[in-house]
Ligand binder design. Sequence first.
Ligand SMILES: [Zn+2]
Ligand SMILES: [Zn+2]
Length: 73
Amino acid sequence: MNCYICAGQGKETPAVAICIVCGMALCPDHLIREELPVWQDATVGMGVTRRRLPETMPRIVCEACHHALHQAA
Ligand SMILES: [Zn+2]
Ligand SMILES: [Zn+2]
């Protein structure tokens, strides 16, 4: 499969990843790798606290979906 964005520009670049939101095939130049925090609930006494774990979870999205996901921020 070739990169969808490159194909739109008349180029044929092999895709190395797929956007998990829209399913678009992406080359290294057009993918955006996000690092999502991972949370763990821990019960402390009577309450529950959330702690952020040191390792993040990678997520590959395309530029359009990246903007859509972050437009509120
Ligand atoms: Zn591309
Ligand atoms: Zn996408």
